[in-house]
Design a binder for this molecule. Sequence first.
Ligand code: ADP
Ligand code: MG
Length: 684
Amino acid sequence: HNQPVTTVMMPSPATVKVAPMPPQPDALSNHTTKVFNEATMAKYCGPQVVATFRKSLLVGAELDEPAKQAIAKGMFTWARENGATSFAHWFFPNRMGGGAVGGSLGALKNDTFLDLVWSSDATIKPFEVTFPTERLFCGETDGSSFPNGGLRQTHTAAAFTMWDRSSPVMIYDGVMRIPCCFVTHYGKCIDLKTPLLRSADAVAREGMRLLSLMRLPGQQAARAQTIHSYVGWEQEFFVVPAEAFKNRPDLLNCGRTLFGALPSRNQQMDLNYFGPIPNKVDQLLKIVEAKMLEVGVPMAARHNEVAPGQHEMCPIFCAASASCDNNVLFMEICTNEAQKLGLVVLFHEKPFAGINGSGKHNNWSVGTDTGINFFYPGKTDDQRLCFVTGVAALAWGLKEYNELVRISVAHAGNDHRLGAQEAPPAIISLYPGTGFEAHVNHIIRGGDLLDYVAEKKKAGPGCAAAEQIDTNVEDRNRTASFPFCGNRFEFRAVGSSQNCAFPTTVCNTIWAAGAAHISEYLEQGVSLRDAVARTFYECQSVIFTGNGYSSEWPIEAKKRGLPNLNTTPLAIAAFSGGKCKEALTSMGIFAEDECDAFAESMYENYNTQLCIEVNTMLSMVATGFTPAFAKDLSTYKDAPELAGERKTLYPEVLVQAAKLKQLMSRALGISPGALVCFDHGAQF
Ligand code: ADP
Ligand code: MG
């Protein structure tokens, strides 16, 4: 207000030079500065530190003190330059299924870059902005409010977070996120990241053991130092207007509708998939895409899904741990950005009965650091031998530990999906392609491992304007839980609300177990051909190339001895069976007590989710339906002949609700009155 008035000299029009507008950067030219990957580390810490870091990751060694300090210092400088004002250890509590609305899968322990200054001039400068080295590597916190399956109690509550060096640190919303393991005071695992990293070790250990026993002559195999697993997730979700969402207590509390009817036109006409994306949703998806790129995650695809209001996005695949983390971040970013646009993203597996549900396809592969992919048919003989052997390891693991694979996707939300028409059945089988199935039979009959000809066929539209193309080696099979996709397998049964970490852990575990099985034959002096043939012979029953949705498949599967665990309680009960524990303990994923605790957490999660649904249902009947029934009936009091079924239907709803309440209170061992739900007790 008190600015002196100055005379501004305006330049004459002749002297005004309009600078040409610089080209506006589009989404792709935005630099991804907010991820501390190896390139960022090289820039801020120097190439020597990167080399030390890589080596320590490879052999699982601790970094030396100078390297630790250099990394923490470089990271801090980078974080401040990129607008981070705080940091957080980011971990993934043991939760199967995301519960109500997305974004609840990760936990952030927010912490400050400020520290007290303990020196003589502390009165002048009491705080400094700093990031002590040890705070990067480890944190201590209260572990009490997380599912733990009995591994810790409130009076022994400490828990620790440790940096997972295989997933990059990133900055989102001004917070530098450090992906972490989360374990109890006694080093027991109470999260989903720790088993994933242990399974990565199992893949590296058993994969390298197998590879060296295979004695492949080429350099690509000889130079391999480790074996990684990779994941590219496909995330399906629904987008609804926030206003409509807020009007539904069931969507709010449970992430799905408990009542309702389909609109007359829903998905019958197949209008949706790959159709134009509704404007506002398109806007959301593009914003999310740009935000993901900023943190170093390039998205590969965005499109509608089969049901109205349903969509899908997927990134370019990367190392498994980083991929699982960036999927959690994706769900969080979707949730945040949707809110700004007046939208809500539903990650529940089945928000609306009668139309397609949402899944998360875990595209997964394992390969050497020199580029041999165990699930790619390959060009050289070495690569082709790795492919046949790698698929044998997977098939054997799937057969031997079939229940475990089913368990890895078992939770309340997924029960609405698995076994229904659009999702894979609850029976876990392997689809390697019909050509490969024939090759398996050929090997078992004594054929050579290299006889599989990954022959591309020609397919064309039969017109002059468009050319013929080479088709994929094998056709797609959407009805299998584990179809082959040319260079990876796609675990299709994962729930849309789930963290990919546990399903990936199990994929890694069973593959490592299969690799170990083949290695044992090789160590006994059996030839590679015979070892693979025997392995396929033992697990042939898990290979199925037919229609997994057909009514004959469950009957056939039963004959083959494949389990059909079609509910979560059935699946969890199988967890305590010896086989699952054998796989997890022998591969070093869980100790016995960690297995039991995991199963316990799954039960707890399932029961809690169902209780919330029942309570919500009862509340809705009592507070929403009952008054509406009364009002509606009064409309017809002078013309009862127009009331249709209302007079009998409405009281019946209340009778059923009362029954449900009885059942629920009996299950919980409490009186119906003690149930946490409103009851206006309306009488007809
Ligand atoms: P679909 O055509 O089956 O819908 P998408 O293109 O939507 O497949 O998604 C395929 C996903 O698989 C992408 O995330 C892609 O990066 C990932 N992917 C590709 N190759 C591999 C691989 N070798 N290992 C793991 N994931 C992969
Ligand atoms: Mg897709």
